[in-house]
Design a protein around this ligand. Structure first.
Ligand code: IPE
Ligand code: IPE
Ligand code: MG
Length: 251
C-alpha cells in the first residue's frame, strides 16, 4: 500500500500517537526457515528469534506502544519433534531468567503454559507476580490457542451459572481482558494466515504480512508496519471520517 508523504515524513512516535496504535501483536514466524537457509538446526533459528523478540519488544515500548502480544508457542506446536519442543521450552525458561532486566514491563502469559510442566507453570506465574502493575504490558502466548481461549471463556461463564452470554461476557473472560484489543497484527515469515491466534480479539485488527523471517525482522520493519497502519482507514463497519455522515450517525 502506498504511504502518503505526510505519513512518510512524521516521526514514528508521532504516528503511534496520532493513529491510536496502543496494542501490537506479532506472529513471530520463520525461525525454522531462517535456520534452514543457513544449514543450521531449527533450534538455532529459535535462539536468534528469541533474542530478536527482546529487541523488537523494547523498541515497541520506546515508540510509545502500551501493549505487545507475541505468539511464541501455539497449542498445535507440541506436534513438532521432541528435540525442537524441548529447545523452545528451554528458551522460555532462559528468557524468564533474564526478564528481570526489563524494569517497566508487566509480563502476562496467555494460554496454558502450566500444562507443559511444573517448572514452566511456576516460573511463568512467578514472573507475572513479580512484575504486576508495571506500565507496559507484554503478553506472551505460550501453549496458546484462540479457539481454546474462547471455549475456556464460555466454560468459565457456565461455571458462574450463566445460561446465556453476551460479547462483553466473552471478552471479559479472555486472557487479554485487561488490554485493549490488538490494533495491528503483524505476521512475519510470508504465510498469510492467522494460525489460531487471537481469533476473538482480531475482529477489527489491521493485518500486516511480511516476507521477512522473524530472526531478520528489524526495528525499521516495525516503523514500516506502523506507517502502513497509520495510512489505513479503520472504519469498523462505518464510513471514513472524512465522508459526509448523515444526521445522528457517524458516532
Ligand atoms: C515460529 O517459527 C516459531 C514457532 C512456531 C515456535 P517456525 O518454527 O514456525 O518457523 P518456520 O515457519 O518453520 O520457518
Ligand atoms: C504460528 O506459527 C505459531 C507461532 C508463531 C508461535 P506456525 O509455524 O506454528 O503456524 P503454521 O503451522 O504455519 O500455520
Ligand atoms: Mg512456522
Amino acid at each position: 500500500m502506498a504511504i502518503n508523504r505526510e505519513i512518510g515524513n512524521l516521526p514514528v512516535t508521532e504516528l503511534v500517537k496520532q493513529s491510536g496504535l496502543r496494542h501490537i501483536a506479532f506472529i513471530m514466524d520463520g525461525n525454522g526457515r531462517w535456520a534452514k537457509k543457513r544449514i543450521l538446526p531449527r533450534e538455532a533459528g529459535h535462539k536468534v528469534g528469541a533474542d530478536n523478540f527482546k529487541t523488537i519488544v523494547r523498541y515497541c515500548k520506546k515508540i510509545g506502544i502500551e501493549c505487545c502480544t507475541v505468539y511464541a508457542f501455539s497449542t498445535e506446536n507440541i506436534k513438532r519433534p521432541q528435540r525442537e519442543v524441548e529447545a523452545l521450552f528451554r528458551l522460555l525458561i532462559s528468557f524468564i531468567e533474564e526478564a528481570g532486566e526489563e524494569r517497566d514491563i508487566e509480563f502476562r502469559f496467555i494460554g496454558e503454559p502450566g500444562q507443559l510442566g511444573e517448572t514452566i507453570g511456576r516460573r511463568t506465574r512467578e514472573l507475572e507476580d513479580e512484575t504486576r502493575g508495571r506500565p507496559y504490558r507484554l503478553n506472551i502466548a505460550f501453549n496458546y490457542g484462540g479457539r481454546a481461549e474462547i471455549v475456556r471463556a464460555v466454560n468459565r461463564l457456565i461455571a458462574e451459572g450463566k445460561t446465556a452470554v453476551t460479547e462483553e461476557d466473552i471478552s471479559a473472560n479472555l486472557y487479554t481482558n485487561e488490554c485493549p484489543e490488538p490494533d495491528l497484527i503483524v505476521r512475519t515469515g510470508a504465510e498469510m494466515r492467522i494460525s489460531n491466534f487471537l481469533l476473538w480479539q482480531a475482529a477489527y485488527a489491521e493485518l500486516y504480512f511480511t516476507d521477512r523471517l522473524w530472526p531478520d525482522y528489524t526495528t525499521a520493519d516495525v516503523d514500516e508496519a506502523v506507517r502502513v497502519f497509520a495510512s489505513r482507514s479503520r472504519r469498523f463497519g462505518g464510513l471514513d471520517k472524512n465522508e459526509p455522515q448523515g444526521a445522528g450517525e457517524g458516532k
